[in-house]
Design a protein around this ligand. Structure first.
Ligand code: LCS
Length: 394
């Protein structure tokens, strides 16, 4: 696939996925159609044989979706991308693409709950084994790899514990054993972290979060570093039918254009919120990669172009105090999801990670008292005032 990779990141956000529209449209039109007419029978046959670039059926491909796939592949420095209906559709497509009965996967323990949940339920049913470790610990990664291990699945920073894994070092270890390295890049977006440049084979996103950024769409995407992997992933997605809808693709194409300016603002707000929390007498701990107190502050600085806009913290009063805080915020929404323009607060142990066993949660550092904060782009004084008045109620 040919990409114009010479432009800077901000220019690529605006122009990266755009082809030349025959009608001169400044935006990518929504091809809201399920099917495409062929000129004649031979042309239809050529399309299905892969000998013609024409479109056939929207589950297989659609010009609006293709534009988004080109756009994200360019931003992630990959060969190509496959858009899917949600972040979880990306996870299941990746598992289905690369794992079979008897295989084993090593995964970050504090991944987004359902990424682990579907492996431990459905994929276990098909005979795939899994081991969950802190992939920030390279010795643990080495020790977890077995003769039947096929995939190393990393989430960094982790949802919600904000642990960082060294992507480059993990790839070096995994590749010595011939594993496919998959990185969930949802928390950083390609603006802050590009795992393929660090050696990853497959990157994916819940584009519901930073990439779309407006809390109005659920969407996912898988980016591969080369054509060989792309040719495994695309037919799996087509066969399983977890394609994106053209309107969904249009919304994400619109949202992604402002990715860098949204993250710049949310990140500058986050630094101030993290410092405010760290100095608050009712707060016990704060985990944010931009704080020097983060155990992997140096690694985050090396691997990421910024610490992002997600913060986790715990209060001295534990879960009870956390509940008072969450029930009393007025500006922040008490809601799951993250990475949007609005500030959100939620409780992972009873919400996003509630399907994990308490034991697995505790081992992964998802304690009952952990509160997760997704910092939006509102005025910083209003975000802090809101936290201040809610913390005063404890
Ligand atoms: N990966 C990460 C890191 C996520 O945070 C999520 C969703 C997914 C994958 C799945 O994406 P989806 O299918 O929802 O598009 N995370 C959520 C969260 O933390 N709160 O609500 C959803």
């Amino acid at each position: 696939m040919e990409h114009n990779n010479d432009l800077g990141f901000n220019s690529l956000l605006i122009h990266g996925g755009m082809g030349v529209d025959p009608m001169g449209s400044a935006t990518v039109p929504i091809y809201q159609t399920s099917t495409f007419a062929f000129e004649n029978v031979d042309e239809g046959a050529r399309c299905f044989a892969g000998e013609s670039k024409g479109y056939m059926y929207t589950r297989i491909g659609n010009p609006t979706i293709s534009a988004l796939e080109r756009q994200i592949a360019i931003l992630e420095k990959g060969f190509g991308a496959v858009a899917v209906s949600s972040g979880m559709a990306a996870v299941s497509t990746i598992y289905m693409s690369f794992l079979k009965t008897g295989d084993h996967i090593v995964s970050t323990d504090a991944v987004y709950g359902p990424s682990r949940g579907i492996m431990e339920s459905y994929f276990k049913k098909f005979g795939v084994e899994s081991t969950y470790i802190n992939t920030g610990n390279l010795d643990a990664v080495r020790q977890a790899i077995k003769p039947n291990t096929k995939m190393l699945f990393i989430e960094t920073p982790t949802n919600p514990t904000m642990e960082i894994s060294d992507i480059k070092a993990c790839c070096e270890i995994a590749h010595q054993h011939g594993l496919v390295v998959v990185v969930d890049n949802t928390f950083s977006s390609p603006y802050l972290q590009r795992p393929i440049e660090l050696g990853a084979d497959v990157v994916f996103h819940s584009m519901t979060k930073f990439i779309n950024g407006h809390a109005d769409i659920v969407a996912g995407i898988i980016i591969t570093k080369n054509e060989e992997l792309y040719k495994i992933v695309r037919p799996t997605m087509v066969g399983m039918g977890c394609n994106m809808d053209p309107h969904q693709a249009y919304m994400v194409l619109r949202g992604v254009k402002t990715l860098s300016i949204r993250i710049d603002r949310a990140q500058s707000n986050s630094m101030k919120v993290a410092e405010y929390l760290e100095n608050h007498p009712k707060v016990e701990w704060v985990k944010y990669p931009g704080l020097k107190s983060h155990p992997q502050y140096e690694l985050a600085k090396k691997q990421m172009d910024g610490p992002g806009a997600m913060i986790s913290f715990g209060l001295k009063g534990g879960l009870d105090a956390g509940k008072v805080l969450m029930n009393n915020v007025k500006l922040a929404l008490l809601a799951v999801s993250l990475g949007g323009i609005e500030t959100l607060i939620q409780h992972p142990a009873s919400m996003t990670h509630s399907k994990m066993s308490k034991d697995a949660r505790e081992k992964a550092g998802i304690t009952d008292g952990l509160v997760r904060f997704s910092v939006g782009i509102e005025d910083i004084k209003d975000i802090i005032n809101d936290l201040n008045q809610a913390l005063a109620k404890i």
